[in-house]
Design a protein around this ligand. Structure first.
Ligand SMILES: Nc1nc2c(ncn2[C@@H]2O[C@H](COP(=O)(O)OP(=O)(O)OP(=O)(O)O)[C@@H](O)[C@H]2O)c(=O)[nH]1
Ligand SMILES: [Mg+2]
Length: 489
Protein backbone atom coordinates (compact mmCIF):
# COMPACT_ATOMS: atom_id res chain seq x y z
CA UNK A 1 0.00 0.00 0.00
CA UNK A 2 2.61 2.48 1.11
CA UNK A 3 4.93 2.22 -1.88
CA UNK A 4 2.14 2.58 -4.40
CA UNK A 5 1.47 6.03 -3.00
CA UNK A 6 4.76 7.28 -4.27
CA UNK A 7 4.84 8.30 -7.86
CA UNK A 8 7.91 8.21 -10.07
CA UNK A 9 7.89 11.97 -10.33
CA UNK A 10 8.20 12.31 -6.54
CA UNK A 11 11.22 10.05 -6.60
CA UNK A 12 12.82 11.84 -9.50
CA UNK A 13 12.31 15.24 -7.96
CA UNK A 14 13.73 14.32 -4.61
CA UNK A 15 16.66 12.53 -6.21
CA UNK A 16 17.43 15.55 -8.38
CA UNK A 17 17.02 18.01 -5.51
CA UNK A 18 19.29 15.96 -3.33
CA UNK A 19 21.98 15.49 -5.95
CA UNK A 20 22.06 19.17 -6.88
CA UNK A 21 21.92 20.07 -3.19
CA UNK A 22 24.91 17.91 -2.47
CA UNK A 23 26.87 19.13 -5.49
CA UNK A 24 26.34 22.71 -4.33
CA UNK A 25 27.46 21.59 -0.89
CA UNK A 26 30.85 20.62 -2.27
CA UNK A 27 31.66 24.24 -2.96
CA UNK A 28 29.79 25.77 -0.04
CA UNK A 29 29.71 23.22 2.76
CA UNK A 30 26.33 23.39 4.41
CA UNK A 31 24.18 21.38 6.74
CA UNK A 32 20.40 21.48 7.11
CA UNK A 33 19.28 21.30 10.70
CA UNK A 34 15.61 20.63 11.33
CA UNK A 35 14.19 21.96 14.60
CA UNK A 36 10.83 20.46 15.46
CA UNK A 37 8.61 19.81 18.45
CA UNK A 38 4.97 20.23 19.37
CA UNK A 39 3.63 23.75 19.78
CA UNK A 40 5.04 25.68 22.76
CA UNK A 41 7.83 23.11 23.21
CA UNK A 42 10.56 25.74 22.86
CA UNK A 43 11.70 25.70 19.20
CA UNK A 44 11.81 29.46 18.64
CA UNK A 45 13.63 30.13 21.91
CA UNK A 46 16.12 27.34 21.14
CA UNK A 47 17.03 28.69 17.71
CA UNK A 48 17.21 32.29 18.92
CA UNK A 49 19.55 31.41 21.77
CA UNK A 50 21.71 29.11 19.66
CA UNK A 51 22.29 31.81 17.07
CA UNK A 52 22.76 34.54 19.68
CA UNK A 53 25.37 32.50 21.55
CA UNK A 54 27.32 31.70 18.39
CA UNK A 55 27.26 35.24 17.04
CA UNK A 56 28.16 36.80 20.38
CA UNK A 57 30.77 34.23 21.41
CA UNK A 58 28.76 32.89 24.34
CA UNK A 59 30.09 30.62 27.05
CA UNK A 60 30.04 27.20 25.37
CA UNK A 61 32.69 25.04 27.08
CA UNK A 62 31.25 21.76 25.78
CA UNK A 63 31.22 22.98 22.18
CA UNK A 64 34.75 22.01 21.23
CA UNK A 65 35.37 24.35 18.28
CA UNK A 66 34.38 27.35 20.36
CA UNK A 67 36.24 26.24 23.46
CA UNK A 68 39.50 25.75 21.59
CA UNK A 69 39.13 29.18 19.98
CA UNK A 70 38.87 27.86 16.42
CA UNK A 71 35.74 29.82 15.49
CA UNK A 72 36.75 33.13 14.04
CA UNK A 73 33.30 34.43 13.17
CA UNK A 74 29.62 33.46 13.01
CA UNK A 75 27.12 35.59 11.13
CA UNK A 76 23.73 35.49 9.41
CA UNK A 77 23.50 35.21 5.67
CA UNK A 78 20.70 35.22 3.16
CA UNK A 79 18.93 31.86 3.23
CA UNK A 80 19.05 29.70 0.09
CA UNK A 81 15.27 29.14 -0.19
CA UNK A 82 13.46 32.21 -1.45
CA UNK A 83 9.96 30.82 -0.96
CA UNK A 84 10.27 29.99 2.75
CA UNK A 85 9.55 32.65 5.40
CA UNK A 86 12.69 33.80 7.18
CA UNK A 87 13.04 32.99 10.89
CA UNK A 88 12.57 36.43 12.45
CA UNK A 89 15.70 36.26 14.57
CA UNK A 90 16.02 40.00 15.23
CA UNK A 91 12.40 40.29 16.46
CA UNK A 92 12.74 37.28 18.73
CA UNK A 93 15.99 38.59 20.23
CA UNK A 94 14.49 42.04 20.72
CA UNK A 95 11.65 40.44 22.68
CA UNK A 96 13.94 38.24 24.77
CA UNK A 97 16.76 40.68 25.45
CA UNK A 98 15.26 44.18 25.32
CA UNK A 99 11.72 43.58 26.54
CA UNK A 100 12.37 40.46 28.57
CA UNK A 101 9.27 38.77 27.17
CA UNK A 102 9.07 35.40 25.42
CA UNK A 103 8.74 35.55 21.63
CA UNK A 104 5.33 35.07 20.02
CA UNK A 105 4.15 31.67 18.93
CA UNK A 106 5.26 31.01 15.35
CA UNK A 107 2.98 28.24 14.03
CA UNK A 108 4.49 27.70 10.59
CA UNK A 109 7.75 26.90 8.87
CA UNK A 110 10.67 29.33 8.78
CA UNK A 111 14.34 29.23 7.95
CA UNK A 112 17.61 30.98 8.80
CA UNK A 113 21.17 30.59 7.48
CA UNK A 114 23.99 30.93 9.98
CA UNK A 115 27.51 30.77 8.60
CA UNK A 116 30.46 29.81 10.77
CA UNK A 117 34.07 30.56 9.82
CA UNK A 118 36.50 28.31 11.62
CA UNK A 119 39.95 26.89 11.56
CA UNK A 120 40.03 23.14 11.20
CA UNK A 121 41.65 21.18 14.02
CA UNK A 122 43.59 18.91 11.69
CA UNK A 123 46.25 20.06 9.25
CA UNK A 124 44.82 17.72 6.61
CA UNK A 125 41.36 19.26 6.82
CA UNK A 126 42.83 22.77 6.85
CA UNK A 127 44.33 22.05 3.45
CA UNK A 128 41.10 20.83 1.87
CA UNK A 129 38.27 22.56 3.60
CA UNK A 130 37.19 26.12 3.22
CA UNK A 131 36.91 26.50 6.99
CA UNK A 132 33.37 27.68 6.47
CA UNK A 133 30.12 25.93 7.30
CA UNK A 134 26.64 27.21 6.60
CA UNK A 135 23.98 25.89 8.93
CA UNK A 136 20.48 26.16 7.45
CA UNK A 137 18.15 26.02 10.42
CA UNK A 138 14.58 25.02 9.60
CA UNK A 139 11.91 25.58 12.28
CA UNK A 140 8.73 23.59 11.58
CA UNK A 141 5.77 22.38 13.67
CA UNK A 142 5.92 18.81 14.93
CA UNK A 143 2.19 18.71 14.27
CA UNK A 144 2.94 18.78 10.54
CA UNK A 145 5.63 16.12 10.82
CA UNK A 146 3.16 13.81 12.54
CA UNK A 147 1.18 13.82 9.32
CA UNK A 148 3.90 11.79 7.58
CA UNK A 149 2.63 8.40 8.78
CA UNK A 150 -0.65 9.20 7.00
CA UNK A 151 1.17 8.59 3.69
CA UNK A 152 1.17 4.90 4.52
CA UNK A 153 -2.39 4.77 5.84
CA UNK A 154 -5.66 4.28 4.02
CA UNK A 155 -8.76 6.21 5.03
CA UNK A 156 -10.00 3.07 6.81
CA UNK A 157 -6.73 2.78 8.82
CA UNK A 158 -6.84 6.45 9.68
CA UNK A 159 -10.46 6.20 10.79
CA UNK A 160 -10.09 3.15 13.00
CA UNK A 161 -6.96 4.57 14.69
CA UNK A 162 -8.68 7.87 15.35
CA UNK A 163 -11.59 6.15 17.06
CA UNK A 164 -9.26 3.89 19.06
CA UNK A 165 -7.31 6.85 20.43
CA UNK A 166 -10.46 8.83 21.13
CA UNK A 167 -11.70 5.98 23.32
CA UNK A 168 -8.63 6.10 25.62
CA UNK A 169 -9.51 7.27 29.15
CA UNK A 170 -7.38 10.44 28.82
CA UNK A 171 -9.28 11.56 25.74
CA UNK A 172 -12.72 9.99 25.99
CA UNK A 173 -14.50 12.93 27.59
CA UNK A 174 -12.96 15.45 25.19
CA UNK A 175 -14.03 13.29 22.25
CA UNK A 176 -17.54 12.47 23.43
CA UNK A 177 -19.35 15.09 21.36
CA UNK A 178 -17.59 14.20 18.16
CA UNK A 179 -18.04 10.47 18.75
CA UNK A 180 -21.73 10.94 19.40
CA UNK A 181 -22.09 12.95 16.19
CA UNK A 182 -20.17 10.30 14.25
CA UNK A 183 -22.58 7.57 15.24
CA UNK A 184 -25.35 9.52 13.52
CA UNK A 185 -23.39 9.74 10.26
CA UNK A 186 -24.41 7.19 7.64
CA UNK A 187 -21.32 6.43 5.57
CA UNK A 188 -23.31 5.00 2.70
CA UNK A 189 -25.77 7.89 2.48
CA UNK A 190 -25.44 10.43 -0.33
CA UNK A 191 -22.55 12.83 0.09
CA UNK A 192 -23.63 16.06 1.66
CA UNK A 193 -21.46 19.11 2.22
CA UNK A 194 -23.16 20.21 5.41
CA UNK A 195 -22.74 16.81 7.10
CA UNK A 196 -19.10 16.71 6.03
CA UNK A 197 -18.51 20.15 7.46
CA UNK A 198 -20.24 19.44 10.74
CA UNK A 199 -18.22 16.27 11.24
CA UNK A 200 -14.97 18.02 10.32
CA UNK A 201 -15.67 20.91 12.67
CA UNK A 202 -16.56 18.64 15.55
CA UNK A 203 -13.50 16.45 14.95
CA UNK A 204 -11.20 19.44 14.83
CA UNK A 205 -12.78 20.93 17.97
CA UNK A 206 -11.89 17.68 19.75
CA UNK A 207 -8.29 17.82 18.47
CA UNK A 208 -8.00 21.42 19.63
CA UNK A 209 -9.44 20.57 23.03
CA UNK A 210 -6.72 17.93 23.49
CA UNK A 211 -4.07 20.60 22.96
CA UNK A 212 -5.68 23.18 25.18
CA UNK A 213 -6.47 20.89 28.02
CA UNK A 214 -4.40 21.10 31.18
CA UNK A 215 -3.78 17.39 30.83
CA UNK A 216 -1.21 18.56 28.28
CA UNK A 217 -2.06 15.97 25.67
CA UNK A 218 0.09 15.84 22.60
CA UNK A 219 -1.16 15.77 19.14
CA UNK A 220 -3.13 13.64 16.69
CA UNK A 221 -3.15 14.01 12.93
CA UNK A 222 -4.14 15.71 10.69
CA UNK A 223 -1.77 18.48 11.78
CA UNK A 224 -3.42 21.20 9.69
CA UNK A 225 -6.64 20.77 11.63
CA UNK A 226 -4.76 22.46 14.47
CA UNK A 227 -2.75 24.85 12.32
CA UNK A 228 -4.57 25.23 9.03
CA UNK A 229 -2.39 27.96 7.52
CA UNK A 230 -3.88 29.17 4.24
CA UNK A 231 -5.91 25.99 3.69
CA UNK A 232 -8.60 26.81 6.24
CA UNK A 233 -12.03 25.91 4.87
CA UNK A 234 -10.76 24.08 1.77
CA UNK A 235 -12.20 20.62 0.92
CA UNK A 236 -8.80 19.05 1.70
CA UNK A 237 -9.39 20.13 5.30
CA UNK A 238 -13.09 19.32 5.45
CA UNK A 239 -13.14 15.65 6.27
CA UNK A 240 -13.29 13.46 9.36
CA UNK A 241 -12.82 9.79 10.27
CA UNK A 242 -15.92 7.61 9.89
CA UNK A 243 -16.74 4.67 12.16
CA UNK A 244 -16.74 1.05 10.97
CA UNK A 245 -14.73 1.57 7.79
CA UNK A 246 -12.53 -1.56 7.86
CA UNK A 247 -12.79 -3.65 4.73
CA UNK A 248 -15.57 -1.52 3.21
CA UNK A 249 -15.51 -0.10 -0.31
CA UNK A 250 -17.06 3.29 -0.78
CA UNK A 251 -20.13 3.59 -2.98
CA UNK A 252 -19.51 6.34 -5.55
CA UNK A 253 -21.37 9.48 -4.53
CA UNK A 254 -21.60 8.48 -0.86
CA UNK A 255 -20.41 10.37 2.22
CA UNK A 256 -17.79 7.66 2.63
CA UNK A 257 -16.46 8.30 -0.90
CA UNK A 258 -16.39 12.04 -0.30
CA UNK A 259 -14.48 11.76 2.97
CA UNK A 260 -12.06 9.25 1.50
CA UNK A 261 -11.34 11.44 -1.52
CA UNK A 262 -10.70 14.47 0.67
CA UNK A 263 -8.45 12.49 2.95
CA UNK A 264 -6.41 11.45 -0.09
CA UNK A 265 -6.39 15.06 -1.30
CA UNK A 266 -4.99 16.11 2.07
CA UNK A 267 -2.15 13.66 1.61
CA UNK A 268 -1.48 14.74 -1.98
CA UNK A 269 -1.77 18.50 -1.56
CA UNK A 270 -0.57 19.00 2.00
CA UNK A 271 1.53 16.16 3.33
CA UNK A 272 3.57 15.23 0.26
CA UNK A 273 4.64 18.73 -0.84
CA UNK A 274 5.62 19.67 2.71
CA UNK A 275 7.61 16.52 3.00
CA UNK A 276 9.30 16.83 -0.40
CA UNK A 277 10.17 20.49 -0.14
CA UNK A 278 11.28 20.67 3.46
CA UNK A 279 11.72 17.44 5.33
CA UNK A 280 13.41 15.29 2.71
CA UNK A 281 16.38 17.63 2.59
CA UNK A 282 17.31 17.66 6.27
CA UNK A 283 20.69 16.32 7.47
CA UNK A 284 20.26 16.59 11.22
CA UNK A 285 17.27 16.93 13.48
CA UNK A 286 16.54 18.17 16.97
CA UNK A 287 13.19 17.27 18.55
CA UNK A 288 12.34 19.68 21.36
CA UNK A 289 9.98 18.34 24.02
CA UNK A 290 8.31 19.99 26.99
CA UNK A 291 9.00 17.31 29.56
CA UNK A 292 8.43 19.74 32.44
CA UNK A 293 4.81 20.29 31.50
CA UNK A 294 4.19 16.58 31.04
CA UNK A 295 5.89 15.77 34.37
CA UNK A 296 3.70 18.32 36.04
CA UNK A 297 0.55 16.86 34.52
CA UNK A 298 1.34 13.28 35.61
CA UNK A 299 1.89 9.76 34.22
CA UNK A 300 -0.91 9.88 31.63
CA UNK A 301 0.65 12.97 30.06
CA UNK A 302 4.08 11.30 30.17
CA UNK A 303 2.67 8.27 28.35
CA UNK A 304 1.12 10.59 25.82
CA UNK A 305 4.42 12.45 25.29
CA UNK A 306 6.12 9.11 24.83
CA UNK A 307 3.58 8.21 22.17
CA UNK A 308 4.27 11.48 20.35
CA UNK A 309 8.06 10.96 20.46
CA UNK A 310 7.58 7.39 19.20
CA UNK A 311 5.51 8.67 16.28
CA UNK A 312 8.04 11.39 15.51
CA UNK A 313 10.95 8.92 15.57
CA UNK A 314 8.96 6.54 13.38
CA UNK A 315 8.81 9.33 10.78
CA UNK A 316 12.60 9.26 10.64
CA UNK A 317 12.83 5.49 10.39
CA UNK A 318 14.08 4.01 7.14
CA UNK A 319 12.93 0.83 5.50
CA UNK A 320 9.16 0.97 5.50
CA UNK A 321 8.99 0.22 1.80
CA UNK A 322 8.02 3.79 1.11
CA UNK A 323 10.52 5.51 -1.11
CA UNK A 324 9.74 8.94 0.33
CA UNK A 325 10.45 8.06 3.92
CA UNK A 326 13.27 5.75 2.92
CA UNK A 327 15.21 8.36 1.04
CA UNK A 328 15.07 10.98 3.69
CA UNK A 329 15.57 8.71 6.66
CA UNK A 330 18.86 7.50 5.23
CA UNK A 331 20.05 11.03 4.93
CA UNK A 332 19.48 12.11 8.55
CA UNK A 333 22.34 10.72 10.60
CA UNK A 334 21.83 12.39 13.98
CA UNK A 335 18.74 13.10 16.04
CA UNK A 336 18.76 14.88 19.37
CA UNK A 337 15.79 14.71 21.73
CA UNK A 338 16.03 17.77 23.95
CA UNK A 339 13.96 18.60 27.02
CA UNK A 340 14.34 22.38 27.30
CA UNK A 341 13.26 24.49 30.28
CA UNK A 342 15.54 22.61 32.74
CA UNK A 343 16.09 26.01 34.37
CA UNK A 344 12.86 25.32 36.26
CA UNK A 345 14.81 22.80 38.31
CA UNK A 346 17.80 23.03 40.62
CA UNK A 347 20.94 21.66 38.93
CA UNK A 348 20.87 18.64 41.22
CA UNK A 349 17.79 17.53 39.30
CA UNK A 350 19.19 18.12 35.80
CA UNK A 351 20.69 14.65 35.57
CA UNK A 352 17.44 13.16 36.79
CA UNK A 353 15.53 15.01 34.10
CA UNK A 354 18.00 13.77 31.52
CA UNK A 355 17.56 10.19 32.81
CA UNK A 356 13.79 10.57 32.42
CA UNK A 357 14.21 11.78 28.83
CA UNK A 358 16.67 8.94 28.17
CA UNK A 359 14.11 6.50 29.47
CA UNK A 360 11.38 8.03 27.36
CA UNK A 361 13.60 8.01 24.25
CA UNK A 362 14.71 4.40 24.81
CA UNK A 363 11.12 3.25 25.05
CA UNK A 364 10.21 5.26 21.96
CA UNK A 365 13.22 3.89 20.04
CA UNK A 366 12.25 0.33 20.94
CA UNK A 367 8.59 0.86 20.06
CA UNK A 368 9.41 2.52 16.74
CA UNK A 369 11.97 -0.29 16.03
CA UNK A 370 14.38 2.45 15.25
CA UNK A 371 17.96 1.65 14.24
CA UNK A 372 20.86 3.10 12.29
CA UNK A 373 20.73 6.74 13.29
CA UNK A 374 22.54 8.13 16.32
CA UNK A 375 19.94 9.36 18.80
CA UNK A 376 21.06 11.32 21.85
CA UNK A 377 19.13 13.07 24.61
CA UNK A 378 19.77 16.18 26.67
CA UNK A 379 18.07 18.04 29.50
CA UNK A 380 18.78 21.70 28.81
CA UNK A 381 17.51 25.25 28.92
CA UNK A 382 17.97 27.24 25.74
CA UNK A 383 17.52 30.37 27.83
CA UNK A 384 18.22 30.19 31.50
CA UNK A 385 15.64 32.37 33.23
CA UNK A 386 16.73 31.53 36.79
CA UNK A 387 19.77 31.55 39.07
CA UNK A 388 20.41 29.24 41.97
CA UNK A 389 20.67 30.01 45.65
CA UNK A 390 19.91 28.61 49.07
CA UNK A 391 17.35 29.56 51.67
CA UNK A 392 17.62 28.78 55.38
CA UNK A 393 14.48 27.32 56.91
CA UNK A 394 15.05 26.67 60.61
CA UNK A 395 18.13 24.50 60.75
CA UNK A 396 17.77 23.33 57.15
CA UNK A 397 19.39 24.90 54.09
CA UNK A 398 17.21 24.40 51.03
CA UNK A 399 18.35 24.76 47.41
CA UNK A 400 16.18 27.29 45.55
CA UNK A 401 15.92 28.86 42.13
CA UNK A 402 15.58 32.61 41.82
CA UNK A 403 13.85 34.39 38.99
CA UNK A 404 11.07 36.82 38.08
CA UNK A 405 7.79 34.89 37.72
CA UNK A 406 5.60 36.05 34.84
CA UNK A 407 2.77 38.38 35.68
CA UNK A 408 -0.24 36.40 36.88
CA UNK A 409 1.69 33.25 37.86
CA UNK A 410 0.68 31.91 41.28
CA UNK A 411 2.03 29.86 44.12
CA UNK A 412 -0.54 29.17 46.83
CA UNK A 413 -2.24 32.48 47.57
CA UNK A 414 0.47 34.63 46.08
CA UNK A 415 0.01 36.09 42.60
CA UNK A 416 3.09 37.60 40.96
CA UNK A 417 3.28 41.01 39.33
CA UNK A 418 5.93 40.26 36.70
CA UNK A 419 8.54 42.54 38.28
CA UNK A 420 9.41 40.98 41.61
CA UNK A 421 12.26 38.56 41.89
CA UNK A 422 11.39 35.52 43.96
CA UNK A 423 13.16 32.48 45.37
CA UNK A 424 11.27 29.26 44.78
CA UNK A 425 11.91 25.80 46.09
CA UNK A 426 11.27 23.83 42.90
CA UNK A 427 11.02 20.39 44.47
CA UNK A 428 12.94 17.33 43.33
CA UNK A 429 12.35 14.91 40.55
CA UNK A 430 12.01 11.30 41.70
CA UNK A 431 15.27 9.37 41.95
CA UNK A 432 14.07 6.62 39.67
CA UNK A 433 13.20 7.57 36.11
CA UNK A 434 10.58 4.81 36.03
CA UNK A 435 8.49 6.44 38.74
CA UNK A 436 7.23 9.26 36.54
CA UNK A 437 5.77 6.80 34.04
CA UNK A 438 3.83 4.80 36.61
CA UNK A 439 0.55 5.67 38.21
CA UNK A 440 0.71 5.48 42.02
CA UNK A 441 4.46 4.87 42.15
CA UNK A 442 5.70 5.21 45.73
CA UNK A 443 8.62 7.45 44.83
CA UNK A 444 6.26 9.75 43.01
CA UNK A 445 3.88 9.82 45.94
CA UNK A 446 6.80 10.99 48.07
CA UNK A 447 7.47 13.81 45.61
CA UNK A 448 3.97 14.80 44.61
CA UNK A 449 4.74 17.59 42.15
CA UNK A 450 7.45 19.88 41.08
CA UNK A 451 6.43 23.44 41.74
CA UNK A 452 6.25 24.91 38.31
CA UNK A 453 5.87 28.61 37.65
CA UNK A 454 6.89 30.33 34.45
CA UNK A 455 9.58 32.99 34.66
CA UNK A 456 10.40 36.04 32.57
CA UNK A 457 13.53 35.85 30.42
CA UNK A 458 16.62 36.90 32.42
CA UNK A 459 18.15 40.34 32.68
CA UNK A 460 21.34 40.19 30.63
CA UNK A 461 24.59 41.17 32.25
CA UNK A 462 26.72 43.84 30.70
CA UNK A 463 30.48 44.04 30.70
CA UNK A 464 32.33 47.06 32.12
CA UNK A 465 32.32 48.48 28.56
CA UNK A 466 28.54 48.18 28.42
CA UNK A 467 28.50 45.28 25.95
CA UNK A 468 25.56 42.92 26.48
CA UNK A 469 26.64 39.35 27.03
CA UNK A 470 25.02 36.44 25.25
CA UNK A 471 21.92 34.68 26.54
CA UNK A 472 22.61 32.38 29.49
CA UNK A 473 21.68 28.72 29.00
CA UNK A 474 22.05 25.24 30.42
CA UNK A 475 23.83 22.63 28.27
CA UNK A 476 23.09 24.38 24.99
CA UNK A 477 26.76 23.72 24.19
CA UNK A 478 26.25 19.99 24.60
CA UNK A 479 23.39 20.10 22.11
CA UNK A 480 25.50 22.11 19.66
CA UNK A 481 28.43 19.72 19.93
CA UNK A 482 26.21 16.76 19.07
CA UNK A 483 24.38 18.53 16.24
CA UNK A 484 27.23 20.23 14.36
CA UNK A 485 30.49 19.66 16.30
CA UNK A 486 31.82 16.97 13.94
CA UNK A 487 31.40 19.26 10.92
CA UNK A 488 33.77 21.78 12.48
CA UNK A 489 36.50 19.25 13.28
N1 LIG B 1 12.38 29.06 31.39
C1 LIG B 1 12.40 28.73 30.11
N2 LIG B 1 11.26 28.80 29.40
C2 LIG B 1 11.30 28.47 28.09
C3 LIG B 1 12.50 28.07 27.44
N3 LIG B 1 12.21 27.80 26.15
C4 LIG B 1 10.89 28.04 26.00
N4 LIG B 1 10.33 28.45 27.16
C5 LIG B 1 8.91 28.75 27.42
O1 LIG B 1 8.13 28.05 26.48
C6 LIG B 1 7.35 28.93 25.67
C7 LIG B 1 7.32 28.45 24.26
O2 LIG B 1 8.59 28.59 23.66
P1 LIG B 1 8.74 28.81 22.07
O3 LIG B 1 10.19 28.73 21.75
O4 LIG B 1 7.97 29.96 21.60
O5 LIG B 1 8.03 27.46 21.58
P2 LIG B 1 7.72 27.00 20.08
O6 LIG B 1 7.99 25.53 20.05
O7 LIG B 1 8.45 27.84 19.10
O8 LIG B 1 6.16 27.26 20.04
P3 LIG B 1 5.23 27.52 18.73
O9 LIG B 1 5.89 28.58 17.93
O10 LIG B 1 3.92 27.92 19.32
O11 LIG B 1 5.15 26.20 18.02
C8 LIG B 1 8.03 30.28 25.84
O12 LIG B 1 7.08 31.30 25.65
C9 LIG B 1 8.56 30.20 27.25
O13 LIG B 1 7.55 30.51 28.18
C10 LIG B 1 13.70 28.00 28.23
O14 LIG B 1 14.79 27.65 27.76
N5 LIG B 1 13.59 28.35 29.56
MG1 LIG C 1 7.86 28.93 17.55
Amino acid sequence: MASSLTTISDEARIALDTVTGRAAGLFRPSIRLGVTGLSRAGKTVFISSLVHNLIHGGRLPLFEAQKSGRISRAFLEEQPDDAVPRFQYEDHIAALVDQRIWPDSTRAISELRLTIEFESASGWNRMFSAGRLSVDIVDYPGEWLLDLPLLGKSFADFSSEAFELAALPVRADLASEWRALSTTAVADADADELTARRLAESFSAYLKACKRDERALSTLPPGRFLMPGDLDGSPALTFAPLPGMTGKRARPGSLHAMMERRYEAYKTHVVKPFFREHIARLDRQIVVIDAMQALNAGPAAMADLERAVTEILACFRPGRGNFLTDWFARRIDRILIAATKADHLHHESHDRLQAIVRRLADRAIAKASFTGTAVDVVAMAAVRATREGTVKQGTETLPVIIGTPLEGERIGDETFDGNTETAIFPGDLPKSADAVFEENAQDRADNPAIRFVRFRPPKLERTAEGVTLSLPHIRLDRALQFLIGDRLA
